[in-house]
Structure formats: C-alpha cells, structure tokens
Design a protein around this ligand. Sequence first.
Ligand code: PLP
Length: 364
Amino acid sequence: MYESEIKALKKAGRFRERKLFDDSLDDLASNDYLGLSRSKKQFGKAVKLVKKYNTLSSKASMLVNGYHPIHKLFEETIAEYNGFEEGLVVGSGFLANMSLIEALVRKGDILFIDEEYHASGVMASQLLGDRVVTFSHNDVDDLSKKLLSYPAKRQVIAVEGVYSMSGELCKKEIFDLADETEALLIVDEAHSAGVIGAKLLGIFEYYHINITERHIKMGTLGKAYGSYGAYILASKNIISFLENRAKPIIYSTAPSVFDTALALVNLKHIQKNVKKYTKKILKRQAVVKKDIGVQCHSLILPIVMLNNESALSMQRRLISQGYLVGAIRQPTVNTPMLRVILNLSVSTKKLQDTLVFISHNTIQ
Ligand SMILES: Cc1ncc(COP(=O)(O)O)c(C=O)c1O
C-alpha cells in the first residue's frame, strides 16, 4: 500500500522521516529559542507545582471537568502579561489555529490569510469554502485592495508575528490597516513570543500596539516557552464564543496539566530574566550581521540552498561537525533552505563556526 506514492516522494527528494538525532549535537534546528528544553531546574519547579494538587492530569475536556487550577493560573498570567482580557489554553498551536479559523469565520464573514501562514491555518481555511481570500505575503497593498474588494459582515485577517521559515516580521502597516478597516486581527505569535519586544512578549509588544477587542493573539508553548501546548488571548466575548463553538476545545481532552505548569514556570522565568535573554538575543543577531551581513530581527536565519539535495547534504556535513540545522525543503517552502536557529543555549563561538562552515561550503 502507498508504495508508488512513497517512491514518488523519494524520487522528488521530498521523502521525510522522523529521526532520533544525537542529543549531543549543538541544536541550531529546533524552536527551543531560549534553550529552556534542557533546564532541569525549570522542570523541577513544574513538578513541584503540579504536586500541590490532587489531580495531576487532564482527565476530560475543559468543558467537562478537565479544567485544572493550573490551566486557569496560566491563562490569567499570560493574559495579564500581554494586556488581553482573557486567555484560553489549547492542546497545541495546530489546534489553536484550527479553533480560531474554523469557529470565528461565520456565515457572511471573510478570512484574509497571508499566503505564508502556517499549515494549520491553511488547513482550517479549507473548511471555509468561498469565505477565504489569500493575500500576497506581508503585502499591505494587496491586503488593502482585497479588503476593499471583498466586503463582509466581519473581515478577519490572519498573519504571523514572525514568519516561521523566513524569520521576517509581520509589517506594522498590517496592524494599522486592520485597525482602520475595523477587521478582526489574528496574530500567530508562535515564533515571536519569547523572542521580540521589550519584555520578549512578541509582536504586539514590539510594535506597542494598544490591545482592542478586535485583536486575537495565539501562540504555542512548544517553542520559546520550552513546553508543549498553546494559548489564545482575546476579549472575554471571543474566548467565551470559542468555548462554545471551537471543536478542538470542546471535543478534546484538556491540555496536559504538567506541560501547562512547565510553560507557566518558564513564562515567569523569562519575565524575570528579560534583560539577560535580550542581551543574548542581540549578541547572536550581531554575530550574524558581522559574519554574513544579514540583519536578523528574530532568531530564525534562513539560508537559501540550490535544491533539496544540497540542503540535505549541507545538513549532513554540519552534523559531522557537531551541529544540527534544519534542512527545509519543498513543499514546506518554495525555495529549499537551511533554517539556522540562533538558539541561546549554543555559544556565539559555535554559531560563528557554523556560519563560516556554511559559507565556505555552499555553492550558490
Ligand atoms: C507559525 C506556527 N503556528 C502554529 C504552529 C503549530 O504549533 P504546535 O507545534 O504547538 O502545534 C507552528 C509550529 O509548530 C508554527 O510554526
């Protein structure tokens, strides 16, 4: 079964498989931006927090009796830090996007989604039939034209704070346009929360946006927050509507209590150590600027490769040097590339070695 499909994938250099990489490699591939995934201290704090309660796991949907005091505490804390009325924990970022897009874009509404939005949003938008308009990536003019051409009961815009493959920031003008046109704005902050902004809270903070009832922020706990799961921040009404209508929230077991606790202790830890982390982030961005002349505004450095095979080959060669980087190929991206994460747990010296190795061994 499926032999011919697998053969075709292999032939096109698009075959993928999950792999156990050597844990001793320096990790410049994952989204563990701040290096918290290896912190036994933070892990221990989360264990201590969960052990204070009689119930240690989720048991049921949050709409039955799976809603745990740790979920509530996490939601209140993250909403307060970010200046939103309410928070809602969700099983994963994938489910958060499915929830938002499928539930909020009602009859008579239209979703305007950036063409490079995450696969979870794209998949959810396929459930909307003709209520979806895709706009060119980060293109304010195209979005503006499309908002004019497709009037609707509610116009909903979906963008990412930092785009996951290119590391580019969503343009501030998109926030302004959403405001002017009174559209609802969904911002996926998977790669911006914990990475940008004066308190490392993400793009709303970075652009000093005044949060209104038309702003919705979602993010994952599986990246800078060093855990697993996700959250949605919005007005009380939107959160209440999602509790009533979003199927992945209603019909799925509540998010893991331990993972939520881990995200909570990590979130507090980041807030306490903002200065230290910001300094490390700026240092790595300065290394990239100095060594290869690229100004990174996030912790994602994309390096274009000739084709899928050369991306894989460079990844293999870097592994032999002790470094793991992402080899991102079609169809995930149009142009194959190495995705180098400026992970704060990897020293700047090692980052420099990696960049030198890539520039000496790449044929453009
Ligand atoms: C931009 C973006 N949104 C959503 C997700 C999905 O989040 P999660 O991994 O928590 O399902 C990811 C990747 O994982 C992502 O990169």
